[in-house]
Design a binder for this molecule. Structure first.
Ligand code: ATP
Length: 598
């Protein structure tokens, strides 16, 4: 239950709705529980009249007596109907306030979880599966809504009804009330134990459901690989196994639920028997009237729903608590990468200094950079070359603070980037990642993603600079072509160039290109590099690459190996050094000749 305390802030936010809902509940219940009082009066009236009738049956008053009796009966009938209608009307209002409140809370909670996910750093997303994140924000939030809506509503109704009924019963006959309610303690114990079982089972079911969602999500994302390796069957089997575990747990929970309901029914039945037996004796002894007995039986029946709903509400609350616990696990996660107190917002000129930086990926323990040292002056163009896995992309990740180094500092304009406002830092660097990601939206919107107010001309210009404009104009819808899941599939090279255009349109002082020309042919690559040359004139640029761009006059080229800088200098200096760079250059030249001759 303590997990659900987090939600109290929402009850405070919607306190007027909540209080109004409680008031409507109380009024609706009151109209409901007063109906047996009228029934008692009918019975008592009937008993009275049956007693008196023989005395007047032979007199002239007979007709008047009958007519007054019928009128009284009609009056009671209409009154009961009126009470039922009023009770129904207030029940409608109760749902309109409390259930609507639960929808508001669901909306707020979903947004809170979503926004919190966004604040967490990359490490969190590496550690948790997307399907799990999705299941917590959808299914778990839905279960929590059952607590803040229906469960609270039925619990309030149950409590108010029980208090009113017990009070009315007590007024009539305390002794009979105690007998009628005697199975209650047994009921409470049963509810307690059954709920513990339900809680455990619900928790297991929720995590299994999350697992199923993750498997489905991962398999749909990787459907091309699954199909090309003909792995549909094993993939289906994997899903089936996870579903089977979920099914078994759900069946087991259904069994518990199935036992629960009849057990409650049994106890209600016992109460009715007690009422009729003990109440009958009281009537015979003249302590209560037949009307009282009828009233009691109706009360016991009225208690049936609250009694049943105790179990139902308890299981809803238990499930919600299990779900909220899962949500809290993520809400309690604190982002490691965030604005430090007193973080400043400065316009960066473009000086970068990796000062003795060492970095190990937290969840794998792989050391990607070791005592790395590099100084870049504003406006310099630097190429970073190295074998795969040598730590090139890690440099870019540290620059935009996707991670912070464990030792050493990354400085910009002499300031440790941890002292800069995170958003300001990221806004001033255009990072074009190795893995292209395009949203299911138009090409135009994908390009202006980081610059939403960019005009159509600016979008086109960025596309031109990234040498993708011609490709885009070939689509019937041009820049309005939808890409991604719902639309056209772009080639790898086209995607890379749209991603480059997205980076260029922001036009900041610092640019980082992370191996983003790997899927582009040599001629297009040459064209883009030509465009970039002019574009990057006053900017600081880091170009991470596998291939040597000999046409581009870099101020410095560095070669990384196992997280360390092993070579550094201009193109000519590195050729003269005759190391990895020279070897790569020679290989590339031979490859180019072969492809020309071939
Ligand atoms: N997100 C990550 N979590 C854990 N380890 C990582 C992560 N990213 C990279 N690594 C590891 O860190 C090392 C450096 O990786 P990095 O991506 O920086 O290499 P790279 O030089 O850019 O390689 P490539 O040229 O293949 O892109 C590698 O051993 C890699 O396995």
């Amino acid at each position: 239950m303590k997990h659900l305390a987090v939600l109290n802030k929402y009850f405070v936010r919607y306190k007027w709705r909540f209080l109004l809902g409680m008031l409507f509940t109380a009024v609706s219940v009151a109209f409901n529980v007063f109906q047996p009082v009228l029934v008692r009066q009918i019975f008592d009236l009937l008993e009275q009249n049956l007693k008196n009738y023989p005395m007047i049956s032979d007199t002239g008053l007979k007709e008047a007596f009958r007519s007054s009796f019928s009128k009284s009966l009609a009056f009671y009938g209409v009154s009961i109907l009126g009470l039922a209608l009023l009770s129904g009307f207030f029940m409608f209002l109760q749902r309109q306030t409390l259930i609507v409140m639960s929808r508001y809370i669901e909306y707020d909670l979903k947004n809170e979880v979503y926004q919190h996910y966004q604040r967490l750093d990359l490490n969190f997303f590496k550690m948790n599966r997307t399907g799990d994140l999705m299941s917590r924000i959808t299914e778990d939030v839905s279960r929590v809504r059952m607590y803040v809506g229906p469960a609270i509503m039925y619990a309030a109704r149950t409590i108010i009804m029980m208090v009113m009924i017990i009070w009315l019963m007590w007024e009539v006959n305390p002794m009979l009330t105690l007998y009628t309610l005697s199975p209650l303690p047994l009921l409470a114990i049963t509810i307690y134990f059954v709920n513990r079982v339900i809680h455990k089972k619900s928790e297991r079911i929720q995590s299994q459901l999350s697992n199923i969602t993750s498997i489905a999500q991962e398999n749909y994302s990787g459907i091309r690989v699954i199909k090309s390796y003909v792995q549909e069957e094993p993939s289906a089997r994997h899903f089936e196994e996870a579903s089977e575990a979920y099914k078994q747990s759900s069946i087991s929970l259904a069994k518990t639920d199935a036992l629960y309901q009849p057990a409650m029914g049994l106890m209600i039945g016992l109460s009715v028997i007690f009422t009729i037996f003990i109440g009958g004796m009281q009537v015979i002894n003249g302590n209560i009237t037949v009307g009282n007995l009828a009233e009691f039986v109706l009360y016991v029946n009225m208690l049936t729903f609250p009694f049943f709903s105790i179990g139902w509400v308890a299981s809803m609350i238990q499930r919600a608590a299990a779900s909220q616990q899962r949500i809290n696990e993520f809400l309690d996660e604190k982002p490691q990468i965030k604005d430090e107190p007193g973080a400043i917002d400065v316009t960066l000129k473009g000086e970068i200094h990796f000062s003795n930086v060492s970095f190990t990926y937290p969840h794998t323990g792989i050391q990607a950079l070791k005592n790395f040292e590099l100084k870049i002056k504003p406006g310099q163009k630097i190429a970073v070359i190295g074998r795969t896995g040598s730590g090139k992309s890690t440099l870019a990740q540290l620059l935009i603070r996707m991670y912070d180094p464990q030792s050493g500092q990354v400085k910009m304009d002499g300031e440790d980037i941890r002292n800069l406002k995170l958003n300001s830092l990221r806004m001033q660097i255009s990072y074009i990642p190795q893995d292209v990601f395009l949203f299911s939206d138009t090409i135009s919107n994908n390009i202006r993603f980081g610059e939403p107010t960019a005009t159509e001309e600016t979008v086109q210009q960025a596309a031109r600079q990234a040498s993708v404009e011609k490709d885009i104009l070939q689509f019937p819808e041009g820049f309005n072509t939808i890409v991604g899941e719902r639309g056209v599939t772009l080639s790898g090279g086209q995607k890379q160039r749209v991603s480059i255009a997205r980076g260029l349109i922001r036009n900041p002082n610092i640019m980082v290109f992370d191996d983003c020309l790997s899927a582009v042919d040599a001629r297009t690559e040459k064209e883009i590099i030509g465009n970039l040359y002019a574009y990057l004139e006053d900017k600081t640029a880091i170009i991470i690459t596998h291939r040597i761009f000999s046409l581009f006059a870099f101020d410095k080229i560095i070669v990384l190996d196992e997280g360390k800088m092993v070579e550094s200098g201009t193109h000519d200096e590195l050729i003269a050094l005759n190391g990895y760079y020279a070897e790569l250059y020679a290989r590339q030249q031979t490859g180019a000749e072969e492809s020309v001759n071939g």
